[in-house]
Design a protein around this ligand. Structure first.
Ligand code: PEP
Ligand code: CO
Length: 459
């Protein structure tokens, strides 16, 4: 047995001795063992040097030299693992990052919620419809959304299907990027069909032109093409929820200390599984990847500090990102004391804001939605609270899609509650559609540039 390098009894499976929540119950233990054994023999999806590169970039973001843009589906679906949908996600993240580079005047780290975001925490273990109670849907890697016993029974083969689709997704993303898709000289490659019709088209086009001019200016000065600096990279992230799956990908690599989760660059701990003495914290504390943790609900300052100590005992920059998700109404009372306590305790963290999960509401029809204005409101508040707390907002975390869905209401294109029925596709949480995501980036960019950001971009 190799040691963890942590000087204690951590191992990839030591979490199994701790209380664990949000794990599916598989009826067939043999089938589960067989699937996990096959999974652990498959080649990794990412490499340790990519992971270390992300960690260095996050350390720079902690110093205020970069900005983290993390986004993608609440829950990826196997059905959407197809070229158009992946390319559209890449395009919107590239467009948003370009806009943020303009406003923030710093490089942007692009971190997709993709290539593995297939397992979801749920508020209840079961769902009842018309007197029938079945296991709740927990994401495509665990069971199927259709309401039948066969579909809802957790199926270990889906772990392999999820891993394979993650590999297909990452392979396509890498190929697009290597082929020049993400080259800043050619932002026209990222144009989505409906960008021309958008009320935001003019503002976006102006930004693209100005970046093109700056690139040409720099190249004139340096007498060549900018090579690496004009080519952007992408990292992957998912919620590290299903611990047997994460464990199967946790490996040693040659020439480096410790254990890496090679299924993703950055796994994060969800708000529902952050119990200090729980299994998730135990698993995460031992891996070398940069990690993030969602902080919401009633998390106290003491808990936040204890989490920093447990997850980042050497207080290393780039290791830990705190993603706050309190909701627009609660952030002003809950976040400031935590920011203050973390600062006074000298904990090195990157602050990011998820303005989505504290602002989810259910309409009387039962449909879940989020309002553009409330999402923006929480972001703006986070920005100011962190600034007043002597630090800075170093990143944002969105649920979004490059497709033309209608799941969140509001924004310049005016999606109303009545529109939600038209193109509501999410199985779990409502996502910003392409236009709403781009508008959010434009407004955030204005905020970062120190300009007034309130109100719609169309004014
Ligand atoms: C999510 O990111 O989809 C999620 C479930 O978030 P949280 O853990 O913040 O509730
Ligand atoms: Co979600």
């Amino acid at each position: 047995m190799q040691t963890s390098g942590l000087g204690d009894d951590w191992a990839p499976d030591s979490w199994q001795r701790k209380p664990v929540t949000q794990q599916p119950v598989y009826p067939d233990a043999k089938a589960l063992d067989s699937a996990l054994a096959r999974l652990s023999r498959l080649p990794p999806l990412v490499t340790s040097w990519e992971i270390e590169s992300l960690r260095r970039q996050l350390a720079e973001a902690t110093l205020g030299e970069r900005f983290l843009l993390q986004g993608g589906d609440c829950s990826e679906s196997f059905e959407d693992c197809e070229s158009d949908s992946i390319a559209a996600k890449l395009k919107i993240l590239l467009q948003m990052s370009l806009v943020l580079v303009q406003g923030g005047k710093k490089r942007v780290i692009r971190l997709g919620r993709f290539a593995g975001q297939y397992a979801k925490p749920r508020s209840a273990d079961t769902e009842t419809r018309g007197g029938v109670t079945l296991p709740v849907y927990r994401g495509d890697m665990i069971n199927r959304a259709n309401f039948s016993l066969a579909d809802r029974t957790p199926d270990p083969e889906l772990l392999l299907r999820g891993y394979e689709r993650s590999a297909l997704t990452i392979n396509f993303i890498r190929a697009l990027i290597d082929g020049g898709f993400a080259d800043l000289h050619h932002p026209e490659y990222w144009e989505l069909g409906f960008v021309r019709r958008s009320p935001l088209a003019a503002e976006y086009t102006r930004m693209v032109e100005s970046i093109g001019e700056s690139l040409r200016f720099m190249e004139t000065l340096t007498g060549g093409t900018l090579g690496d600096s004009s080519q952007v990279d992408f990292f992957t992230s998912h919620e590290g929820l299903h611990l047997l799956y994460e464990q199967a990908q946790t490996r040693r690599v040659p020439w480096r200390e410790g254990w890496y989760n090679l299924a993703t660059h950055l796994p994060w701990i969800g708000n529902r599984t952050r119990a200090l003495d729980g299994a998730h914290i135990e698993y995460f504390r031992g891996i070398q990847n940069p990690i993030a943790i969602k902080l919401g609900g009633t998390v106290s300052s003491d808990e936040a500090i204890a989490l920093c100590e447990r997850l980042n005992p050497r207080n290393e920059s780039g290791r830990l990102t705190l993603i706050t998700r309190f909701g627009a109404d609660r952030i002003e009372s809950l976040l400031p004391p935590i920011v203050d306590a973390v600062r006074r305790a000298g904990k090195v963290v990157l602050w990011s804001c998820d303005p989505m999960h504290g602002n989810t509401e259910s309409l009387s029809s039962g449909v879940k939605t989020r309002r553009f204005d409330r999402i923006l409101d929480e972001l703006e508040k986070a920005f100011h609270i962190l600034q007043e707390g002597g630090t800075h907002l170093g990143g944002v975390h969105f649920e979004l899609t490059g497709d033309d869905v209608t799941e969140c209401v509001g924004g310049a294109s005016g999606v109303t509650e009545a529109d939600l029925a038209r193109a509501y596709r999410s199985q779990v949480d409502p996502r910003l559609n392409y236009e709403q995501a781009l508008e959010m980036a434009l407004l955030l960019s204005r905020l970062m540039a120190g300009k007034r950001s309130r109100g719609s971009t169309s004014h």
